[in-house]
Design a protein around this ligand. Sequence first.
Ligand SMILES: [Zn+2]
Length: 351
Amino acid sequence: MHHRSLAAPFLPSLQRPTLACLSWLMVAALCLAWPRPAQARSTPAEKSEPKVEKSDKQSSDKSATPAREAGKEEGAAENLGVLRQRLAERLATKAEPAPPTPKPESRGDSKAEPRNARRAEPKGHGGELHWAYEGEGGPEHWGELKPEYRLCASGKRQSPIDIRDGIRVELEKIQFDYQPSGFAVLDNGHTIQVNIAPGNSLQVMGRRYELLQFHFHRPSEERINGRQFDMVAHLVHKDADGRLAVVAVLLERGRDQPLVQTVWNNLPLEKGEPLPAPGQMDLNQLLPEDRAYYTYMGSLTTPPCSEGVLWMVMRQPVQLSANQLNIFGRLYPMNARPVQPGSGRLIKESQ
Ligand SMILES: [Zn+2]
């Protein structure tokens, strides 16, 4: 009893300087902490933090409570050295979560691309939604975006499809009449498209179709027995009556593809403006050696999803290099419409 009554007035006098020290340390901590976050974000707290310190931290983790709480605890039990160390640790742990590791990654890699693509897509001049490959303007909404796009939702002969169960018959050879031609490369916001000068055409089933343009999708839109390819090139042709015929050339990882390289070499820096390229290209370079193909009636794979399109999908894929694949991936990591119901359509295949 006696001891306590003696000790009672004695304790506060002990605590007062300790508390004063604590509050001074808190102020110091604040002063240190304020300018710190901005710096800490760029200064690598993890790198500069020696491993020894980390193991120290672990050993004192149990008591590593904020300085404020530490002040509430039995102040007498602490010495200044420990407090200082704790403060240093608090500051270090404050700084630690600051450098978010995913950020530098997402800056450089393909994750940054879809964000750009999304930014480009959402609203048109009239505030209407632009079609895209994901989000609100994505394929499942194409049919609702504009009345002209209705077929995207209601059509029964849509593309792409999973090509399977075709009938093997003696299919007429496609007569390609391609020649070296002038061209312009366009980034239309959905793909890279190459507009080709007149003078290229193909003949099939008694009709002559003029090549207008070709463009790419990644991955391939069409599947063969469920298999999707790395990319596909769509060569879009039109006959005198306005009927469309599209030749699809499946692209898979392998050797360099010279014609694809020519296109990549001439990529425009800006979207929406076809960039006339110097020189010419010969589309024969893009066709596979084996001219066997699958054919069926389908649609455009982008809005307005018009039907009545004659599809000819070359059976033998053509190779392009991983680097060429990646270059397109930087611009359009995913621009393939999902497969549509076959709805009992007839598919024919070369024998
Ligand atoms: Zn296409």
